[in-house]
Design a protein around this ligand. Structure first.
Ligand SMILES: [Zn+2]
Length: 96
């Protein structure tokens, strides 16, 4: 008679509620991620600049898939911090 039934109205209400709560949930997740990112950023730099020893030492958090690279002072090439090899020049600091 009116072209819409109770089940259609219910479905529409549920769909609208899902969209509203979905957007709210996404907003909360983004806020949580932002806070976590800021906390990590501040935790990484306690006093401002890190010393070169801190930068070269691979931390426990970095020891996953990421390999820390360090620059050879003599030849200027970057080698993996763990298992660095000499480039063959006389005063290269790495064994090989
Ligand atoms: Zn070298």
């Amino acid at each position: 008679m009116f072209g819409f039934s109770l089940s259609k109205l219910l479905f529409t209400a549920v769909a609208i509620a899902l969209v509203i709560y979905g957007f709210r949930w996404i907003g909360q997740m983004q806020q949580r991620n932002d806070q976590r990112f800021k906390q990590r950023k501040t935790a990484r730099k306690p006093g401002g600049a890190a010393t070169s020893a801190q930068r070269n030492a691979p931390s426990a958090a970095d020891a996953g898939d990421v390999e820390t690279m360090i620059e050879c002072k003599i030849c200027g090439s970057y080698v993996a911090a763990s298992g660095a090899r000499s480039c063959g020049r006389d005063n290269c600091p790495y064994p090989g």
